[in-house]
Ligand binder design. Structure first.
Ligand code: SF4
Length: 316
């Protein structure tokens, strides 16, 4: 049986909104935002490669206060470079340092620990296998911390393909993208154990992410429909959506109150809300208020079919 998590409940005679106990920024996101804000009060340009955290609201705000998002530092006046919460490849950091820029490393300590776990596996002679999204900033940072290429897989099909093309070695060291849901990785791990002679595993999934997933699931199972608020570029938000969807097929991802659809709210009486770890609390409050402001009686006969809520594992 799933552990119960504290929830926040608000209701009108027409609708009940249950907010998962864990919402708002995680400590890694808070820390990165504080470091960037501190850098912005200095009298020098402040640059960043990519987004500090995966939420447009947050990054737009920092950019409006002077943070300059750049692809390359070439020709830019000296200043500070903020390393995003999910890290940068080591070579990029070294190059910036050597070129005379001040490095403000906002890499989350949990991401650093995942990099160290990968390095430890490599030092033990394992092929490093990362279960995660090859295009994600964090995975690029982990790969950039290694001396040899790592194998990145996110589905059982990709794993079988790696085996068929001999890209998978016999002795492997497995780590996970910090934002992944262990429940959604167990099939890959199960197959790996049969395919390789030796499998070493370090669970690098972030504890705040796991707590958020547990808290969301304890709500998702009890409500008519579940909403997950966050940016579509936020891996933990999309993973949370996939996880909630596996337990409540009437789950939707939205970026904010503007994403609420009449066809969802016209039938649902109890609505759960969870959020990604880089979603500002005010966006969640706006969603809750918009639902409670509705004056129509829920009509369960208008519930759309399950297929209406189908989602891809990442995105959408
Ligand atoms: S989700 Fe976890 S790993 Fe990512 S920034 Fe937050 S605490 Fe760090």
């Amino acid at each position: 049986m799933r552990a119960r998590h504290p929830v926040s409940r608000a209701e009108t005679p027409l609708r009940v909104v249950i907010l998962a106990g864990e919402v708002g920024f995680c400590f890694g996101v808070k820390r990165a935002i504080t470091m960037a804000e501190d850098a912005l009060v200095q009298d020098e340009p402040v640059y960043i490669h990519g987004d500090l955290v995966h939420n447009r609201n947050v990054t737009d705000d920092l950019e409006s206060r002077g943070l300059q998002k750049v692809r390359s530092l070439e020709g830019r006046p000296r200043g500070s470079v903020v390393v995003r919460a999910h890290g940068l490849p080591r070579t990029e950091v070294e190059e910036a340092k050597e070129a005379g820029y001040r490095i403000i490393d906002a890499t989350c300590p949990i991401v650093l620990r995942a990099q160290e776990a990968a390095q430890m596996m490599e030092a033990r002679g394992c092929q490093v296998v990362i279960i995660g999204d090859a295009h994600h900033a964090e995975i690029k940072g982990i790969i950039g911390a290694l001396h040899h290429p790592a194998l990145v897989i996110d589905t059982v099909e990709q794993l079988r393909n790696a085996k068929a093309t001999r890209a998978l070695r016999r002795k492997v060291g497995v780590i996970f993208q910090t934002t992944h849901a262990l429940e959604l990785c167990k099939d890959i791990v199960g197959e790996l154990v049969f395919m390789c002679k030796e499998v070493q595993i370090v669970n690098t999934i972030c504890r705040p992410v796991q707590n958020r997933q547990d808290a969301a699931l304890s709500v998702a199972e009890d409500v008519d429909m579940m909403l997950v608020v966050g940016s579509p570029t936020s891996a933990n938000t999309m993973e949370l959506t996939a996880l909630c969807h596996a337990h409540n097929p009437w789950t939707r991802h939205i970026e904010g109150a503007e994403g609420l659809r009449d066809e969802d709210l016209c039938w649902a009486h109890t609505i759960g809300i969870a959020s990604g770890l880089s979603t500002p609390v005010h966006l969640i409050d706006e969603v809750r208020s918009a639902i409670l402001a509705r004056t129509d009686e829920p009509d369960f006969s208008r519930r759309p079919p399950r297929e209406f809520y189908e989602l891809r594992r990442h995105g959408g």
